[in-house]
Design a protein around this ligand. Structure first.
Ligand code: GAP
Length: 441
């Protein structure tokens, strides 16, 4: 399977099975926007919940915020985004199409019509709107281009409310918006996306230790969501290529279908943001160390993870095809921890009330382990398995006549089918329950 066809297959599966749809589709779409469907919503929630557990809740030094998307324009002036959050733009004099200059092979000729390209100019990527009924410059607000802004502006609120001891961090999941010149590769580069970000505040001398700690945690998260170790690569971003606020950045790159590209970032933002906001807002954003009585502006380590790129990475590594004879089976080898459906229960025949009743009983028992236990009695059993394989359901459970006691020593046992191998085993319902529990915990 070449990389182009892998991407096409993922996009098609996402639409067909209700993971991700093109945004505003019935009106011809809106470039760079996507809507998550029934299964995509759950996959996204599972990834976000795992991140919340590993980056916030498992630690005693982490707190959460959920800040507004619309923020005072001064936030983005102070952070440097109004002046510098831009990409180089060129326009073709002939067809009028616009391109990102840094992504073109030739700076002279239009890649579409070969017309002459104009001068490169900087294009600010923030979406601008107006708050309230006036539309003059005083009412300008921006949709946040990174969730980090709402963390820095709440640093003082969290310190005053919780009195955390340094080092501590603030975590947030939320939408970010960038008016990308060239959205591309499905949800890889879109104009509206979600981020999972931590700003971890440390004493200036402790930044390297904290950087290493979060670096390890990011690799652990990659493992937990099922990304094979050999598909995630670290890239030390050199001087001159880093964001204006960063003194050190490691990009976590992933082998996406189109190319190996940035999945997540880990940055040492120094005291750039708190210092800039302190000066611009006139508020004291320093931290008083109660023991040493030392007052200083903390430095910041920022693990920043895009949710949508994580989903694309997960789908890329999970997408599998098995060919046996002239039949090809497609399945998603998703980690049971993030699979939207954990198991499917099915009666062997749907027109046998005694089988249906027993299967309903089994499903009710398994739902006590996890609510995402599906029911499917449509078509033959092979078709049901294929449908579940395609959405990444790790286990299928079938209730048959042996479950009812046709073979006495098999009474109350069911078949448990494993998604990746297709192998089946005969187990009691209690055994099945503990298999599911072990796989998702
Ligand atoms: N607060 C730091 C920050 O925003 P970034 O490298 O610009 O840093 C962080 O973005 C992460 O957000 C990226 O590693 C990526 O996962 C995700 N991301 C950035 N731009 C994106 C876009 N246009 N579409 C989808 N995800 C994006």
């Amino acid at each position: 399977m070449n990389d182009q066809s892998l991407m096409e297959k993922i996009v098609s599966l996402c639409k067909r099975r209700g993971f991700v749809f093109p945004g505003s589709e019935i009106y011809g779409g809106l470039a760079g926007t996507f809507d998550y469907g029934p299964l995509g919503v759950v996959l996204k929630e599972n990834i976000e919940n795992l991140w919340l557990r590993m980056f916030r809740d498992d630690r005693d030094d982490m707190y959460g915020v959920d800040a507004a998307i619309l923020m005072n324009a001064k936030v983005w002036e102070a952070s440097g985004h109004v002046a510098g959050f831009s990409d180089p733009l060129v326009e073709c004099g002939k067809c009028k199409k616009r391109f990102r200059a840094d992504q073109l092979d030739s700076k002279e000729a239009c890649p579409e019509c070969k017309g002459a390209l104009g001068d490169v100019r900087q294009f600010n990527m923030m979406f601008k709107t107006h708050a309230g009924a006036t539309e003059d410059d005083s009412a300008v607000v921006y949709l946040r281009p990174e969730t980090a802004g709402g963390i820095f502006t709440n640093f003082k609120n969290v310190v005053d409310a919780i009195h955390p001891k340094l080092p501590f961090g603030i975590a947030q999941i939320g939408k970010a918006f960038r008016n990308e010149i060239a959205p591309r590769d499905f949800v890889f580069r879109s104009r509206e996306f979600s981020q999972m970000e931590v700003e971890y505040f440390v004493k200036p001398a402790d930044w390297e230790r904290a950087f290493e700690e979060w670096r390890t945690r990011m690799h652990l998260f990659a493992k937990e969501i099922g990304l094979p170790q050999n598909t995630v690569h670290e890239f030390e971003v050199p001087d001159g290529d880093r964001a204006h606020y960063s003194k050190r950045t490691i990009d976590f790159q992933f082998d996406f279908p189109s190319k190996c590209d940035e999945l997540w970032g880990l940055a040492y933002r120094t005291d750039f943001d708190l210092s800039a906001h302190a000066v611009a807002s006139g508020n004291e954003l320093s931290y008083l160390d109660e023991e040493t009585k030392e007052k200083f502006i903390p430095h910041v380590i920022e693990p920043s993870l895009g949710v949508d790129r994580t989903i694309l990475a997960v789908l890329t590594s999970a997408y599998k095809e098995d060919t046996m004879g002239d039949e090809t089976r497609t399945y998603l080898a998703l980690s049971p921890k993030i699979a939207p459906v954990k198991a499917m229960v099915s009666p062997l025949l749907k027109n046998k009330p005694e089988l249906v009743e027993k299967a309903r009983e089994v499903r009710a028992a398994l739902k006590k382990i996890h609510p995402a236990i599906a029911w499917d009695d449509n078509g033959n059993i092979g078709k049901r398995y294929r449908r579940q394989d395609e959405i990444g359901t790790p286990f299928c459970i079938t209730v048959d006549f042996d479950t009812l006691g046709e073979t006495p020593n098999l009474k109350d046992t069911v078949t448990l089918r494993h998604r990746d191998s297709g192998e089946q085993e005969r187990l009691t319902v209690a055994e099945v329950a503990s298999r599911i529990r072990a796989a998702i915990e």
